[in-house]
Design a protein around this ligand. Sequence first.
Ligand SMILES: [Zn+2]
Length: 124
Amino acid sequence: MRATKRITEQEKRKLQEEHAETLAELDHLREYLRGEVDADAEEADPDLYEREKTLALIRTLEHKLESIEQAFRLAEKGTYGICERCGEKIDPARLEALPHTTLCVNCKSQMERVAGMGVRPGWR
Ligand SMILES: [Zn+2]
């Protein structure tokens, strides 16, 4: 049986702000990338490294945006702030710092360990 928790107005506002900020940042980065491509058309990728970094940042932000949208869906179902994996309440301090998080600290660190093993076989 999963716990339920209504999203507060304050939490909702924070989530909406984070959503808007992330979208604005994505727009900005995509604009930057487009500008770079035009400016560098005659040269042989002098800023390839910068572009790679920007692309990585865009991927990170897109991932964050998905989390925020997922958090909105959870809010609609009345389970915002409830861990998606174990159904426990997420620490309020964690939600305060990361309004879009849908996992508790334990589940998050477990999943990161699994993901970490995936990208670094033989590590440790
Ligand atoms: Zn959990």
